[in-house]
Design a protein around this ligand. Structure first.
Ligand SMILES: NC(=O)c1ccc[n+]([C@@H]2O[C@H](COP(=O)([O-])OP(=O)(O)OC[C@H]3O[C@@H](n4cnc5c(N)ncnc54)[C@H](OP(=O)(O)O)[C@@H]3O)[C@@H](O)[C@H]2O)c1
Length: 310
């Protein structure tokens, strides 16, 4: 049995539902029996089955469980939430071997899921493709360990380093990138728990921030503003008339239980996060066209994708 290959398959399955399972993690799992995969599963939408349960219910012949090994990207849960604990179902079904990619950072589960399985006679192998599994679950890890959402900064800049021209003729974004980048941005939005912009970007560009060119998932959409009271289709981060630090903004989102956010400008909003070094990834489109004058692009302290530090 090639454990790494099988775990890699679980990671791919988990990736396929990124963005569709919040607040649950996008876990992938499979059952391996007598040299072949007999079932695969992933986490359902919130309130639905966890990955392990979806994998188990696919198996029609219960006599196979005792000969099977369960592979799963994240430690199985051992608590009652919207659904019963996965660990109990694994034990009940008589699965004797479980291979786990990485630990669940949620303190209700962390190491307790593994302990429950071991205490009930299950052989647990931990840490197969651990880095890859941690990468799959990086949003959840940052959320629980840093007590803030996983933060992705995103913008498009001209060849000469501007994100918007000085003069614009209408209240629509000035297109710096192209149709393909627009589509990939919609895909990125669909993968994150929330999208956030500054008040001036909403005013100048009338950004709708939907996912119409991808899968039309519904993200939570935030505008940060000192004065704006309410706006249809958006949640406002009220700051009581103050400019908030990136730390306070992140805490605000954490308190709203947001696990990941893509921040789409403008300069002022992005700079707060860059200056405080509170971010995880920057995704920057660079055009081959010049704008000549306008709003400067943010300047990263590091000129490359930041390495995650979890
Ligand atoms: N090319 C691109 O990728 C891209 C992306 C987005 C935007 N843009 C362009 O960028 C321009 C706007 O950028 P901008 O820098 O002028 O403004 P911005 O960042 O969009 O908005 C700034 C405003 O947001 C609120 N805000 C942001 N951070 C805050 C904080 N930490 N605490 C409290 N309030 C906060 C404040 O609103 P209040 O004044 O209401 O308090 C502030 O005045 C637009 O012209 C847009 O076209 C380009």
């Amino acid at each position: 049995m090639n454990e790494e290959k099988l775990m890699n398959r679980c990671v791919k399955i988990g990736k396929s539902v990124l963005g569709l399972t919040y607040p649950n993690p996008n876990v992938g799992s499979l059952l391996f029996c007598d040299g072949k995969i007999i079932s695969e599963g992933f986490t359902s939408k919130a309130g639905g089955n966890h990955s392990e349960i979806n994998t188990i219910i696919n198996v029609k012949d219960p006599s196979l469980f005792k000969k099977s090994t369960l592979f799963v990207t994240l430690e199985p849960c051992c608590h009652y939430g919207k659904t019963p604990p996965c660990t109990n179902e694994i034990v009940k079904k008589g699965i004797k071997n479980v291979v786990i990619g990485c630990e669940d950072p949620n303190p209700i589960v962390k190491s307790k899921g593994i302990k429950y399985l071991k205490d009930h006679g299950v052989n647990v192998k931990y840490g197969i493709l651990e880095d890859l599994c941690k990468d799959l679950h990086k949003r959840l890890i940052v959320y629980f360990e840093k007590k803030r959402p996983y933060i992705i900064l995103k913008w498009a800049e001209s060849l000469d380093g501007f994100i918007a021209p000085k003069i614009k003729n209408n209240k629509r974004p000035h297109w710096i990138s192209n149709e393909l980048s627009k589509q990939i941005v919609h895909k990125w939005r669909s993968q994150e728990h929330a999208i956030m912009i500054g008040r001036k970007t909403k005013k100048n560009d009338n950004s709708i921030l939907n996912v119409r060119n991808w899968n039309n998932t519904k993200n939570r959409k935030f505008i940060v503003s000192r004065n704006l009271e309410a706006l249809d289709g958006f949640e406002i981060i009220h700051t009581n008339g103050k400019i908030l630090s990136a730390n306070d903004l992140s805490k605000n989102l954490f308190n709203k239980k947001i696990q990941s956010v893509i921040i789409e400008g403008g300069l002022f909003t992005l700079n707060k996060f860059i200056d405080s070094d509170i971010w995880d990834e920057a995704r920057v489109f660079k055009s081959d066209k010049k704008i000549c004058d306008g709003t400067n692009s943010p300047k990263l302290k590091l000129n490359y994708y930041k390495k995650n530090s979890y």
